[in-house]
Design a protein around this ligand. Structure first.
Ligand code: NAG
Ligand code: NAG
Ligand code: NAG
Ligand code: NAG
Ligand code: NAG
Ligand code: NAG
Ligand code: NAG
Ligand code: NAG
Ligand code: NAG
Ligand code: NAG
Ligand code: NAG
Ligand code: NAG
Length: 814
């Protein structure tokens, strides 16, 4: 607790105590003594003989409350060392009277209301005209027999507030069990007992504890060895302070003195939860701060209060967690008083309606270490189970899952410390009402560094491994947890978006290949300027899209939103896209029949998931061969899904300046009237299926009488020459199977959306070798003019208009 003497010896000799000649205050009763007959009131004060301390009524800071206290005399700034009525504030000093009562106690009375504010509370004090109250030069205020000054009935030293004076004892009375504590002020304007206390070990050992809320020990001095405290090594042996530990049958206590008794010191239990040590350096006209314990403020228990977070770089040191605000914002701001902690901006849904847990979700924060209090372990195998354990319990406020297990927190979150960017970062998921999850403007989080990010696995993984990896990944990371990367790191991963890393130019912007430090490759889509959608909407869409996980969908790994940049990061597909093989004369042969079947089925499964089994019901709107990516095992993965959502519902907007979709794959009702539905995706799927089977593009088809591949297929089908459609580089093992595929393809491209099958029907027809699919009608676009005058369209509500009015946004489950 004390700085080594050798180091500070030079300082020490410079210490000159200010002992000004007492300039008598106008209202001072001119003495250090209050006799039995005298009363102290209003602005009257007692001044110790050497004019070092003063006792009287004061108002702390800007507070209107009045207290009786002792402070250093003759300092510009009033520094209180003792307060009598710390938790009984008064408003008017003129009606207050301090004096001896008839029962022999020293009392503070409010003469207006005739109420007793404070008393020395002695049980049977002597009643005598010779009793007097005296303020001594060591700051002790005593009640004694004036005829025999060594007989002290009561002294303020036995009832410290937040300051331990030299010569005062701090300990426990073994007979009464009474413990002396230093307890911090609540804040700089309120001397009421605050959160932090210093006391000796109630069990009698020679060590100090610092205690939070009278219940939790957060700092220990270690035992006193006669020279120093074992856990305060920096104290050393010194020439300034003389600590002593005394233990006998009656009491156990520490006391201290200064070797030079004319030096002023302050040993204070601060509102910051630290005990500080200051000496008055007269030559510097300043209180020299010597030491604080614990030295690290973040070691103070609940320093920032409930749901507060310690931010070492911030001047205030504390902030509220996202979604929380200070309990009393004005006070917190003015006094930097975080003792009240923070409260939710928005109540959890489950608090108002227990069956409504789904509208609460989690937000990730990166912190230095997990909060030590109020947590318990939960046996979860993965992050999802951990999250769900917390969701199910309304009083659960947060969870954390790492490789070694799941912890959930009940009640207040204390001792959170913002990650300083070191590698000991922990992720904590805080439960918030859904509406708070949408608010990203309020809090900025450190974005991740893409270059060193661990995506848990490589893109070389086999199918089985991929599955296992997904299971593992889900466990490791909550799937709501989409990493946001810094633009700098994304740029670094692509060599500054160099053209040599450009993989292609999609409808929504260029795609680059990126490389992480460990060698893992990723695909980076840099979206062109968009409009119409707010940042939060955009973020929400991305988070929703990232939750769509299926083995036939390209996985969205993260994103970056910075400097007007909107970048999506995907897993990298080593074999590029389907068109790269299918329409290349030399590579086409690599796609044998089984591979083609595998690709068609994969696309069908992926589309089925988008249409039917995902929570969002995504209409792709731009399904085509170049949007089907292939991994190292030629597993197809649909890319660019959800782009319509990400870009906002209305695709006729100026930024794309076109209807989303690609001619040749677009259903007639979409191409001509801008009406899209899951059936327009089915149309595109049908085109794709016929392309895969035939190895030819639908467009740019110059064959005999037919306008395009669809017309050609229709002609061949009607001429019973369906088998001739097969790509000549492929051997088909089963003509029945081939015809079934072509049949399904033709059903998908029928003119009327209502006639087209759903994807689930498509999947069942592809797989059913026994049942014959229905007979197709003539495809759209197969002749030059086929658009029907009136189109009844679909009767079901799956139909959407371009305005996106009926496109239902399913509330995300966080
Ligand atoms: C004690 O401190 C006073 C004031 O700083 C100084 O004048 C005096 O010389 C000191 N005494 C000793 C013995 O160091
Ligand atoms: C104390 O003083 C008061 C007034 O000065 C006097 O009336 C009273 O008798 C004295 N009491 C004692 C015990 O001396
Ligand atoms: C105060 O001290 C005097 C002198 O020793 C003594 O006569 C008197 O009884 C004491 N008063 C009380 C109340 O003990
Ligand atoms: C005090 O002693 C009791 C009984 O030995 C023990 O349970 C308790 O933990 C001790 N308290 C502290 C603060 O060491
Ligand atoms: C502090 O302790 C009191 C009494 O034990 C308790 O009621 C209160 O909830 C505690 N405060 C906090 C913030 O835990
Ligand atoms: C230190 O304090 C103790 C107890 O108050 C006292 O006995 C001792 O003489 C002091 N030591 C010095 C060097 O002043
Ligand atoms: C931490 O404090 C610094 C400095 O005031 C500030 O820039 C930063 O935004 C704070 N971080 C958080 C998460 O509040
Ligand atoms: C807090 O401060 C704001 C703005 O300064 C003021 O409008 C509001 O009344 C204050 N609230 C309280 C409770 O003092
Ligand atoms: C509670 O939530 C459930 C599910 O959202 C809802 O059905 C029920 O009506 C709600 N109850 C009240 C009282 O709001
Ligand atoms: C990460 O932590 C390890 C072990 O604590 C340490 O050795 C290493 O220096 C740290 N690295 C960085 C970059 O902080
Ligand atoms: C992925 O495959 C490439 C080429 O076969 C190989 O060089 C690389 O080491 C593999 N990466 C992992 C993580 O297995
Ligand atoms: C991954 O999880 C799915 C669904 O829970 C399960 O069917 C599959 O077998 C798991 N894969 C592996 C490799 O564990």
């Amino acid at each position: 607790m004390v700085i080594g003497g050798t180091m500070f010896r030079p300082w020490f000799f410079l210490c000159v105590v200010l002992l000004f000649v007492s300039s008598k205050p106008c209202f001072s009763i001119g003495s250090d003594t209050l006799s039995a007959a005298q009363r102290l009131s209003g602005s009257q004060t007692l001044v110790s003989q050497g004019s070092i301390y003063e006792l009287g009524f004061f108002r702390p800071g800007n507070s209107l409350n009045v207290y009786l206290g002792i402070w250093f005399k003759n300092f510009a700034e009033r520094i209180e060392v003792w307060v009598a009525n710390r938790d009984k504030p008064l408003s008017d000093p003129s009606s207050l009277k301090l004096g001896l009562s008839e029962d022999g106690n020293l009392v503070l009375l409010d003469s207006l209301s005739k109420t007793l504010i404070w008393t020395t509370n002695l049980v049977s004090p002597p009643i005598s005209n010779s009793t007097e109250a005296v303020l001594l030069d060591d700051g002790n205020f005593i009640l004694r027999n004036g005829s025999e000054p060594s007989t002290i009935y009561w002294q303020s030293f036995d009832h410290p507030t937040d300051t331990w004076m030299p010569g005062a004892k701090l300990g426990i009375n073994k007979l009464t069990g009474k413990t002396q504590l230093l307890t911090s002020w609540k804040n700089s304007e309120d001397p009421a007992p605050g959160r932090f206390s210093l006391q000796v070990d109630p069990n009698g050992s020679s060590q100090f504890f610092m205690v939070w809320n009278m219940s939790r020990i957060y700092w220990t001095s270690g035992v006193w060895n006669g020279q120093r405290f074992s856990l305060v090594p920096e104290m050393g042996s010194n020439d300034i302070f003389n600590f002593s530990f005394i233990s006998n049958e009656r009491e156990t206590y520490f006391t201290y003195s200064l070797y030079n008794s004319s030096v002023l010191s302050r040993l204070v239990m601060e509102q910051t939860g630290q005990i500080t040590l200051r000496l008055w350096l007269a030559n510097l006209w300043n209180w020299k701060f010597f030491q604080a314990s614990p030295a690290d403020q973040s070691a103070v228990y609940a320093f920032c209060g409930a749901f507060g977070i310690f931010n070492v770089t911030s001047l205030t040191h504390c902030a509220c967690l996202p979604g929380f605000v200070p309990l009393s914002p004005n006070e917190t701001q003015r006094l930097n008083d975080w003792s009240g902690g923070c409260v939710r901006k928005t109540r959890l849904q489950c608090e108002s309606n227990i069956s409504n847990r789904k509208n609460d979700g989690f937000r990730k924060i990166s912190i230095l270490k997990l909060p030590p209090a109020n947590s318990k372990a939960y046996p979860a195998r993965n992050g999802k189970q951990c999250a769900s354990a917390c969701s199910l319990n309304c009083s659960c406020t947060a969870y954390a899952y790492n490789g070694s297990g799941c912890s959930i927190w009940d009640g207040a979150l204390l001792n959170l410390q913002l990650s300083d960017g070191s590698n000991t970062t922990q992720n904590l998921y805080i439960k918030l009402a859904a509406s708070e999850l949408l608010d990203v403007g309020g809090a900025k989080y450190p974005s991740e560094d893409l270059l060193v990010f661990d995506f848990d696995g490589s893109s070389n993984a086999t199918d089985h491994e991929t599955n296992a990896r997904y299971n593992l990944t889900r466990g490791k990371k909550n799937d709501a947890d989409l990493p946001f990367f810094s633009f700098a790191s994304v740029s670094a991963a692509t060599d500054g978006f160099s053209s040599s890393n450009k993989l292609g130019q999609g409808g929504f912007g260029p795609v680059y290949k990126g490389k992480l430090l460990k060698g893992q490759e990723i695909a980076i889509k840099r979206l062109s300027e968009r409009s119409g959608q707010g940042l939060e909407e955009f973020r929400n869409e991305i988070v929703l899209i990232a939750k769509l996980q299926h083995r036939n969908l390209v996985r969205l790994l993260g994103c970056c939103m910075e400097q007007d940049e909107h970048i999506l990061i995907y897993e990298y597909m080593i074999n590029k896209s389907l068109d790269f093989f299918l329409f290349d004369p030399s590579k086409r042969e690599m796609l044998d029949w089984m591979t083609r079947i595998h690709i068609i089925e994969g696309i069908a499964q992926g589309l089925l998931y988008l249409h039917q089994y995902s929570r969002l019901r995504i209409i792709h709107r731009d399904l085509k061969a170049s949007n089907i990516l292939l991994d190292d095992e030629m597993n197809p993965k649909i890319s660019d899904f959800g782009m319509a959502r990400i870009f906002g519902g209305n695709q006729s907007q100026a930024n794309t300046n076109r209807i989303v979709g690609t001619y040749g794959y677009m259903a007639p009702e979409y191409a001509m009237d801008g009406i899209f539905s899951i059936k327009s995706d089915v149309f595109s799927f049908g085109v794709l299926l016929l392309e895969i089977v035939s190895g030819r593009r639908n467009t740019g088809f110059y064959h005999s009488n037919s306008l395009n591949l669809l017309g050609h297929a229709w002609d061949m089908w009607n001429a019973d020459r369906g088998l001739d459609l097969l790509d000549p580089v492929v051997n088909c093992p089963s003509s029945l199977m081939l015809l079934r595929y072509i049949n399904v393809g033709l059903l998908c491209v029928q003119e009327n959306p209502a006639d087209r099958p759903t994807m689930s029907y498509v999947v069942s027809m592809l797989n059913n070798e026994l049942a014959l699919p229905p007979k197709p009608k003539q495809p759209a676009f197969s002749t030059s003019r086929t658009v029907e005058d009136t189109n009844p369209l679909l009767s079901n509500e799956e139909n959407c208009s371009l305005n996106g009015v009926t496109m239902s946004l399913i509330q995300a489950r966080w």
